[in-house]
Design a binder for this molecule. Structure first.
Ligand SMILES: [Cu+2]
Length: 312
């Protein structure tokens, strides 16, 4: 598949539904291992990228670049979804470039974990690649880290944790008064790194609950992106934003959302880049070039409204 600029479109797929011989997770494990071996001074290293979300390190030790690039994750604001889309998009580019360099497929795409899929008996378990003792590389599994729950391969999420009630909230933003409906995407509020009260509906459930139920690194924003499952969890949250949109709901058109805040990153080539939410409303557009294999709530729903009709 290609878009009008000729760039291939990466298709993000459900990790639990990948074909038995699909190499996506094997190459993910190898790329994670390679990224972990890069020095922190390399902006494409595992640790550097995780620090863009948050870090426990003492800010007084940061160089000028790190001061600008680290500790940026947006929570309890209508910037939660667009910021994480940027963050994941760049991560996908870094992993894809790493996979290609290691000799893997050229079209690697970030998989997602659909824990809410009622038609999948495994949905509420961590995908098996994340719990195996050995996977992707000899004698270890780069995808397995210490977690409070899930590593035993058992289902550990209850129905409340994976609820999709957030999709019923038809407006993206809402009142920023505690107790009011904060909307699907979060209250209208500028840069907000520390997520406290008054989060958007999708951010509260399933986003927050999945983070705290897995626990360990995932339990705190300063360490969450160090767990390889973080990226599949957030790919699903990003997909649910597309599900919501495909149900006929609309993103904000307010300029303060579209272009009011610019976020700083380093791309896969290590070059500094800045993006606003306006730059991520279309996942097919440059430089993202991805779409989801489905944007229905369940595969059953996907049969009559699949995402692939939307372009690419
Ligand atoms: Cu998160």
């Amino acid at each position: 598949m290609a878009n009008t600029t000729g760039s291939p479109i990466r298709v993000r797929k459900d990790a639990w539904r990948l074909a038995a011989d699909d190499p996506t997770l094997l190459w993910y494990a190898r790329a994670v291992d390679a990224m972990r071996q890069r020095p922190l001074s390399n902006t494409t290293s595992w640790e550097y990228q995780a620090a863009v979300h948050g870090t426990n390190a003492d800010p007084s030790s940061f160089n000028a670049d790190q001061q600008k690039a680290w500790g940026q994750c947006q929570h309890a604001t209508w910037l939660f979804l667009p910021w994480h889309r940027m963050f994941l998009g760049i991560f996908e580019q870094i992993v894809a470039a790493t996979v290609a360099k290691l000799g893997g497929p050229q079209d690697w795409a970030l998989p997602y974990w659909d824990y809410s899929d009622a038609t999948n008996p495994n949905a509420r378990k961590l995908p098996a690649a994340f719990t195996a003792a050995e996977f992707g590389v000899p004698e270890k599994n780069p995808l397995r880290v210490e977690r409070d729950q899930g590593n035993d391969g058992a289902a550990f999420l209850d129905s409340k944790a994976v609820s999709l009630n957030s999709l019923k909230h038809k407006t993206f933003t809402g009142r920023s008064t505690p107790g009011g409906d904060s909307g699907f995407g979060g209250p209208s509020r500028g840069f907000n790194h520390s997520g406290d009260n008054d989060q958007g509906q999708l951010e509260m459930v399933p986003h927050d609950v999945i983070h705290s139920d897995i626990g360990g690194l995932m339990g705190a924003p300063d360490t969450a992106a160090l767990d390889p499952i973080f990226w599949l969890h957030h790919a699903n949250i990003d997909r649910l934003w597309e599900v919501w949109r495909h149900q006929g709901n609309s993103n904000p058109t307010d300029p303060s959302w579209l272009t009011g805040v610019k976020f700083f990153f380093h791309n896969a080539a290590g070059q500094p880049v800045t993006y606003s939410p306006q730059d991520v409303v279309d996942t097919i557009a440059s430089p993202w070039h991805y779409q989801y294999d489905r944007t229905g709530e369940t595969p059953a729903a996907a049969a009559d409204k699949t995402t692939l009709a939307t372009g690419g």
